[in-house]
Each structure stands twice: as C-alpha cells, then as structure tokens.
Write a protein of this length. Sequence first.
Length: 228
Amino acid sequence: MRITKKRSVLWTLPLGAVLLSITLAAPAHAVTTPDADVPLSSTLTITQADGTSKTTTSTGTLQSVQDVTPADDVNSDQPAAASVQSSRAVSAAAAPAVAGPQGAKLLCNKFYKFSDANLSYTVQHQCGGSTVPWGIKLSPADCATVVGDVVEAPQHWTKNGATQKAQSGHTEECVYQFHGNYSGSPDGTHIAYSGLYTWRVKGNGTATLQVYGSFTAKGNRCGSATSC
C-alpha cells in the first residue's frame, strides 16, 4: 500500500496569490476606531487625475452640548428644540472648542455636537430609550471642493463589539445632513462606527473621506429619566 502525502493547496500557490486572496477576503468597509473612545475622527484623501494624492487626519472636539428630552426616534439634525429644558450650549463663536467628555461617555437627554476640519457629528439619545440618532454634515471647506454630489456608503457600526447591519447610504448635495439611528441601543451601549464619503473634485480628481469614532451612550449620572 502506497502512502501519498498531500501538500497544502495554500502553500503551493505563489506568494502574490496568497496575498491577493487575503486582500479580496477583507471587508471593503470595516469599522475603524481610534485607540481610545473618541466620538469623531476623520481622514481625507484627495487624489488628482495625475495620481498624486494628499491625506490629512483630523480629530473632533466637542463644540456644544444641550440638555434636551428627545423622542426615542428623533432625528439628530437638531436638538429637540420644543423640549429644551436648559440650554448650556457652548458657542464656537463665543468660546474656544472644549474637550470632549472624559472616556467618551455621552449622557442621555443631551444633544452633543462634535466638529473637526472635515465635518460636524451630532448625536443624542433618550433616557430609557432604545435608539441613538446621529447626524453628519460636511464642512464648508470640504463642500468648496465638491463637484456634483456626495456619495455616502452604508455606514458600518458595532454594538458592544458585535457587528450590526450596515445603515443605508445616500447620494446627496454636499449641504445635505446625512443621518441615521443606532437602533436597539439602550443606555449603557458601546457604539463604534465608520462612514465613507466620496465625491469628485475639480480637475477630474476624487476625494475620499473616512469618518469614524466610538462612545458609550450612558444614562444620566443620577439614573433619572430627566436631566439632573
């Protein structure tokens, strides 16, 4: 009886083929988060028609925070103005940007706005609710480079480390407020997200903006369903 040793198919492939197979197997748009919880960071790459490119990275800072009592499914474009209890907005025009919440623990019944060089990111959630609405709007500086519309890829996100169904993408004018909901996320949920936005620039070039961050949607420090 002859005993034939079979070599692994993987090791019979050229090294380049192995690397290619690994690359193809990787997700086209995975969730990217900073080393520590930072609600907003972004990386912008502009590639010209001749192949030259420039990449810049920006980290968001907290621009304003207001006490609100939003509905569980409220859109995050604006705070729930009809139910603002006591505004403690920090105006960027009146004061410099303040540091973000320690450990990126975002309390419920508050409307947060973070901004960096490329965009603003707004987020809020109702105490005892189960969704975390968010909004993204590109900066005037980025909009000045746009030719045509901006393409938003489906946003990827995780909930307490578990990958969730990607959210819907859109193709809109640059001034549009892109928005969505991190559904099924009660108080105490850790959320990490990654968004991708692309558009054409003058001279037939392209811009690619990756937006990412992470935070914990916390209940109020007193455990009440109202501000404290």
